[in-house]
Design a protein around this ligand. Structure first.
Ligand code: FAD
Length: 416
């Protein structure tokens, strides 16, 4: 069933009796050509592009819980392509271009909203760094604009400009950045993949790999053994746990990241803002809630929930930037488990085991990467060669010392 304005009106007039489930609920088959582990944004996008762009058949996505129950439905919905380094900027700009056509492509309203993102500047050296980053963005075909304090005051008059420990001295804006309704991305890709014949199998946890003579033949799951020609891990924060079943130790640690939302307020925040003197970022959802986040929790954990010291830390940062935030009541907060890589950049690569592939290390920035990650991973799975935009995201960069350390934090996942 295609979705359209006409369909919405027709269903409204006929009691909404004609809607069908957005995807099938198939039983797992005994074997597939491609098994993708993880029904998050990246896994679903990979399955979709494998079928759509590469014409592959016999594809299954195995999800241990429900589709979209992981980070794709837990993030703060921000998309942007404001990176500095060569390995990153072309990839994220490619993703941005895919976002721009995504809703038409999937026939699904993902509420892609290019409301703009603004990184605030608080020191002169930071202005130099952001100017350099803006230039790198422009050289890679992205948009970037340096804003003065006066320009920022017109758009965000409620920020703490002068009476602040960290006065605002300007900002780097990317007008094409913004937000996307996160779980609609999972649902849109799931529906589109299902329409191309992909089996989406929920409540199916991968518990092991069957490896014979260095080649992966299939996966052990909570619903029995399933054979496959190629197996692709795409489980975000669960990456170390899942890959350990294949005896692989990753340059990745898992940490919890929390998000927060206030009660619905009248529109005050036109775009996304990030604090340059602390780790805090904020946007306003279409329902009116201020959606914000900050530092990850200070220790490794697989628990998908937050802790109180981080709540205090994030709210302190928020209050330093937006004193009025203290008058809003917080409605909800939640946590997701993130795959923090040792240089803060992702990995899309084959493993040393034949037929076993890996996608992960997205840290707390993988939502914006969803379309490009899916496309590049599908390219790798279908052709056994890296996609040109993901050529830098290989395991061997750690061995060769060619890390993509965007923030210059080194191997300190808690700082990325
Ligand atoms: C609080 C928070 C805020 C964030 N904000 C942003 C943001 O604003 N912008 C941005 O770009 N990024 C953001 N991120 C990061 C982003 O959400 C992630 O990098 C991205 O969603 C990860 O990819 P995914 O969608 O495929 O992951 P997930 O949705 O987590 O998908 C992985 C799936 O694998 C499944 N799985 C795990 N183990 C197994 C198994 N053994 N067998 C089968 N299935 C399994 C899980 O259940 C899960 O559904 C944020 C993350 C968090 C937690």
């Amino acid at each position: 069933m295609g979705y359209s304005g006409f369909r919405v009106i027709k269903e409204a007039l006929t009691g909404h009796k004609g809607w069908k489930p957005a995807w099938r609920d198939p039983e797992p088959q005994s074997a597939y050509d491609y098994i993708i582990i993880g029904g998050g944004g990246h896994g679903l996008a990979t399955a979709y592009y494998l079928a759509k762009e590469f014409g592959k058949k016999r594809i299954a996505v195995l999800e241990k819980g429900w589709l979209g129950g992981g980070n794709v439905g837990r993030n703060t919905t921000i998309i942007r392509s404001n990176y500095l380094l060569d390995g990153n900027e072309p990839f994220y700009e490619y993703s941005m271009k895919l976002w721009e056509g995504l809703e038409q492509e999937l026939n699904y309203n993902a509420m892609v909203s290019q409301r703009g993102i603004l990184n605030l500047i608080h020191t002169d050296p930071q202005r130099d760094a952001f100017t350099r980053r803006g230039n790198a963005m422009i050289l890679n075909g992205a948009d970037a604009e340096l804003l003065s304090v006066e320009q920022i005051k017109k758009e965000y008059p409620f920020l703490n400009f002068n009476d602040a420990r960290f006065p605002i001295k300007g900002g780097l804006a990317q007008r094409r950045g913004g937000t996307v309704r996160h779980d609609a991305v999972a649902w849109g890709y799931a529906r589109a993949a299902d329409r191309l014949g992909v089996d989406l199998i929920q409540n199916c946890e991968v518990t092991g790999f069957r490896i014979e003579n260095g080649v992966c033949k299939g996966v052990e799951t909570s619903r029995g053994y399933i054979g496959a020609n190629k197996v692709a891990s795409c489980v975000a924060g669960s990456s170390p746990r899942v890959m350990s079943h294949a005896g692989i130790r990753l340059p990745i640690e898992t940490t919890v990241m929390q998000a927060f939302v206030t009660e619905g307020l009248k529109p005050i925040m036109p775009g996304v803002i990030t604090f340059g003197a602390g780790h805090f970022y904020c946007s306003q959802s279409d329902k009116g809630g201020l959606v914000f986040g900050g530092d990850p929790d200070g220790y490794n954990s697989y628990a998908q929930r937050g802790n109180l010291p981080t709540v205090e830390d994030v709210c302190e940062s928020g209050m330093a930037l937006i004193p009025a935030l203290g008058r809003a009541r917080m409605l909800r907060m939640w946590g997701g488990v993130m795959d923090m890589s040792m240089d803060g950049s992702p990995i899309i690569d084959k493993t040393e085991i034949g037929g076993l592939y890996f996608n992960g290390g997205w840290c707390y920035g993988g939502f914006k990467a969803t379309p490009a990650s899916g496309m590049c991973y599908a390219h790798l799975l279908a052709t056994d060669t890296p996609h040109k935009y993901a050529a830098a995201y290989r395991f061997d960069r750690f061995r060769r010392g060619y890390v993509i350390d965007e923030k210059g934090m080194g191997p300190s996942p808690s700082l990325h």
